[in-house]
Each structure stands twice: as structure tokens, then as C-alpha cells.
Design a protein around this ligand. Structure first.
Ligand SMILES: C[S@@+](CC[C@H](N)C(=O)[O-])C[C@H]1O[C@@H](n2cnc3c(N)ncnc32)[C@H](O)[C@@H]1O
Length: 186
């Protein structure tokens, strides 16, 4: 059976908070799993904005969305989310790394990821949540993970609560993905 994966825990945390009519962001659309999940949580009265820099990810996800799902997809970097998403968002999901169905050398980058995380926090409503699934095992992934952890440690604790979930890696094995989540205080 095994423990739930970081991506499953991320969805669990988000599902607890999202209600019909809420607004949410998928910061890394990829194959669109989180986009569709968010759309199912917020319902037709809500709104989901999704971002990806790869046309194949946006086009593939667009084909999977039905007409009544309130999803707006943006072929642009998540670091620009503040220019198209108004404040008042309940949840922002990041799933870092590479597009599983595409070129694995195109990965999220620490500088833009951190800018996007800052933007995401600024958009959140009180008690809103940002989830970040991190993959330290691929080239470039460990550096991104370290930069995010350092940034997280500097967040003001009176404004944000944070949590870290991860499966313990095996000695000598590739480090497994893990989840960081940030909740804005009331
Ligand atoms: C691990 S995949 C996301 C998986 C996705 N959540 C799913 O359900 O399949 C990471 C995605 O981030 C995208 N990406 C990389 N840099 C980005 C950026 N600056 N802004 C938005 N997306 C980016 C990649 O193109 C890739 O599709």
C-alpha cells in the first residue's frame, strides 16, 4: 500500500480549504492533474488560473478541460502571476521540476520559483495555502530545494505557518520528493 505521495498530501491539504466559488492557482500546469483537481474543488462558480512555460503542457491541459470548468490557462511563467491574477486566492499549488511528458532538461529555476512563491503569498487570503512539491533528485533540483528551504526559514512566523512532509529516503538512494506547505495566518 505504501505512504501517500507528496502530491497526494498536497491535494489533501488544499481540498480541506477550498470551497465552491473560491479562486485558486496551479503554478506549474504540466499534465494538468492539479489544474483539474483545483477546478473540481472550486466548481463552476470558482476560478483556476494555470501557468506553464511550455506550449505542449498548456495545449494538452486545455484539451482535458470541459466547457463548464472555470479554468484560465496562461502560457507564461508563474513569476508573472501577479500581473494576471487578482488578490484573494485561497490556494496556490506548485509541482516543481520537469514536464513529465516533455523535455526533462526544462526545469523550474530557483530565481523564478522564488519570485513566484513571493507573488503567491501576496495573493493569498487569510488562511489560504501555498503547496510546493520539491524534487531534489534530478540535476538542479537539490539547489532549488536548498534555496526554497532558506527562503522558507526567513518567513515571518507571526504571518505564516509552515509544514514539511516527506518520505524518508533510502541510504545511498536518490532523495525522494517532499512537500512544503505555507499557510497564511488569519
Ligand atoms: C513537475 S511538472 C508539473 C506537473 C503537473 N502538476 C502535473 O499535474 O502534471 C513542472 C512544470 O513546471 C513548468 N515550468 C517550468 N518553469 C516554469 C515557470 N517559470 N512557470 C510556470 N511553469 C514552469 C514545466 O514546464 C513543467 O510542465
Amino acid at each position: 500500500m505504501g505512504f501517500p505521495r507528496a502530491t497526494e498530501i498536497a491535494q489533501l491539504l488544499v481540498k480541506k480549504r477550498l470551497h465552491p466559488g473560491d479562486r485558486a492557482v496551479d503554478a506549474t500546469v504540466g499534465n494538468g492533474h492539479d489544474t483539474l483537481f483545483l477546478a473540481s474543488c472550486v466548481g463552476p462558480a470558482g476560478r483556476v488560473d494555470g501557468f506553464d512555460i511550455q506550449e505542449a503542457a498548456i495545449a494538452g491541459t486545455r484539451r482535458r478541460i470541459s466547457a463548464d470548468q472555470p479554468v484560465v490557462l496562461h502560457l507564461r511563467g508563474h513569476e508573472e502571476m501577479a500581473s494576471v491574477v487578482p488578490a484573494g486566492v485561497k490556494a496556490v499549488m506548485f509541482n516543481l521540476g520537469y514536464y513529465p511528458s516533455g523535455d526533462k532538461s526544462i526545469i523550474t529555476q530557483p530565481d523564478t520559483t522564488l519570485r513566484a512563491l513571493e507573488a503567491a503569498l501576496d495573493l493569498l487570503v487569510p488562511e489560504g495555502i501555498v503547496t510546493v512539491v520539491i524534487y531534489p533528485g534530478h540535476p538542479g533540483g537539490a539547489e532549488e530545494a536548498d534555496r526554497i528551504k532558506a527562503w522558507l526559514a526567513g518567513l515571518p512566523p507571526e504571518r505564516y505557518r509552515t509544514v514539511h512532509y516527506g518520505i524518508q529516503g533510502r541510504p545511498g538512494g536518490s532523495p525522494p520528493p517532499y512537500l512544503l506547505a505555507i499557510e497564511r495566518e488569519r
